[in-house]
Design a protein around this ligand. Sequence first.
Ligand code: NAP
Length: 257
Amino acid sequence: MLNILVLGGTDEARRLAAALAGRAGTHVVSSLAGRVRDPKLPVGEVHEGGFGGPDGLRAWIGERRIDVVVDATHPFAARMTASAVEATGRAGVPLLILRRPGWQAGPGDDWRWVPSLTAAAELLPALGERVFLTTGRRSLPVFAGLDGLWFLARSVDPPEPPAPRRLEVLLSRGPFTVEGELALMREHRVDMVVTKDSGGEMTTAKLLAARELGLPVVIVRRPPSPAGVPAVETVEAAVGWLDRHGTDDRSEAGHAG
Ligand code: NAP
């Protein structure tokens, strides 16, 4: 039996679990951080909640006799990725990173790349007054104190303080349509959009809508991928990699200390 741990919280992770479900000789357990109140669950076994850092994950891999780990977390889930690199290295099990490509600006886009959420917050007052903020509820404290700006913040679960003083919260989960995003941006008269470079199809509609309306988009660069770890961009490539490497690497690696 090939035991695969999929570190999840993304559409790709759910699709990977579905693609591997029911395969003879394969067992998949998917893990979620457990932060979203009503998460979209993958098929099959699910572990909810953190592992307790690299030490906890290392122990969990050993206890559960995990043979391969696929890190299919969101590109901005850098702590989980670092923990996976350390724990799999110490356990001697292979790690594959499944990470969708980032977005590329096209003709008509007015994108302002920034290295961090803090840098995004510093840039906003120079760009306008009404901000469509799509960086997640836990990013709101970074924008607190920008009292000259009005914010429309969209998130899956309600944010907790601190948050900007002039704030409207829209609880909603993608995917979104370009028509819907255009209507939303017009209704709220936003004059800029803030996003992380999440990549993927699910949330590109806001970028296309911003292009159509000629609005600047402040886009936060991804944290770097760990060096020396094999990485693929699609679920299909991940399945192919597992077919090629899962069994071979397992027989060589074992569960080292
Ligand atoms: P993070 O900062 O990298 O992780 C913080 C801690 O949460 C990790 O150290 C780990 O706890 C736990 N954790 C994170 N992902 C986990 C997973 N898939 N399974 C089990 N434990 C996990 O991550 P984050 O940015 O808070 O993201 C949390 C989750 O939301 C991830 O699963 C990610 O895929 C998803 N997500 C994130 C974003 C984003 O913008 N960051 C967007 C969409 C979805 P321990 O150290 O205790 O193991």
